[in-house]
Design a protein around this ligand. Structure first.
Ligand SMILES: [Zn+2]
Ligand SMILES: [Zn+2]
Length: 157
C-alpha cells in the first residue's frame, strides 16, 4: 500500500523558523496539531502560488521575536500577521479558535518535513496541482468535532 510506504516522519520539537528577511523569528515547543494545504482563492493570492501550506500548533507553544503587522482583509474573524519589514506572511489566527495558531509552514526551518496531511477547498484547486494529502475535502471540515477527529488521525499517523 502506498500509504504505508509513505512515512510522514516529523522532527521533534522545538521548531524554529524565520521570515524572508530574518527580522521575525518564530519558535514552537509542541508537536504540530495538523498540517494542511488549502486551495482556496484567498490562499492562492496570499501565497502568490497554487495553494497555501499551514502547520497548526497550540497557541501556548508558539512565540516570536520581531515586529508583526496585520495584513490581508483585516476581518474580525481572522487575523493574518506579516513581518513588518519584508511583509512575509507568518501566521493567522481565528477569533473563534484562539487556542491554535496557523503557522505558514514555509516559515519553519524544516518546512519540507511538514508534509500536508489534509487538503481543503479542492473545489478551487488548480487542475494541474497534485498534493499528496491523506485526507481531502472539497470545502472545509464542517464541525469542530470533524476537525478534532482529523487532528486525532494526524496524531496517530
Ligand atoms: Zn521579514
Ligand atoms: Zn485557504
Amino acid at each position: 500500500m502506498e500509504s504505508e510506504l509513505r512515512t510522514m516522519s516529523i522532527p521533534e520539537p522545538p521548531f524554529e523558523g524565520a521570515c524572508l528577511c530574518g527580522a521575525v523569528r518564530v519558535r514552537v515547543t509542541a508537536s504540530p496539531l495538523l498540517t494542511v494545504a488549502c486551495h482556496c482563492r484567498d490562499c492562492q493570492k496570499f501565497s502568490a502560488s497554487a495553494f497555501s501550506l499551514t502547520t497548526m500548533f497550540p497557541s501556548d507553544s508558539f512565540s516570536y521575536d520581531g515586529e508583526l503587522v496585520l495584513g490581508g482583509l483585516r476581518s474580525v474573524e481572522r487575523a493574518h500577521y506579516f513581518c513588518k519589514s519584508c511583509l512575509n506572511f507568518i501566521y493567522s489566527q481565528l477569533k473563534g479558535a484562539p487556542e491554535r495558531v496557523n503557522l505558514r509552514t514555509s516559515i519553519l526551518d524544516q518546512a519540507a518535513s511538514f508534509e500536508p496531511f489534509l487538503e481543503v477547498m479542492t473545489e478551487a484547486k488548480m487542475p494541474w496541482v497534485d498534493v499528496p494529502a491523506v485526507r481531502s475535502y472539497s470545502r472545509f471540515p464542517e464541525t469542530p468535532e470533524e476537525l478534532q477527529s482529523l487532528m486525532r488521525d494526524y496524531s496517530k499517523r
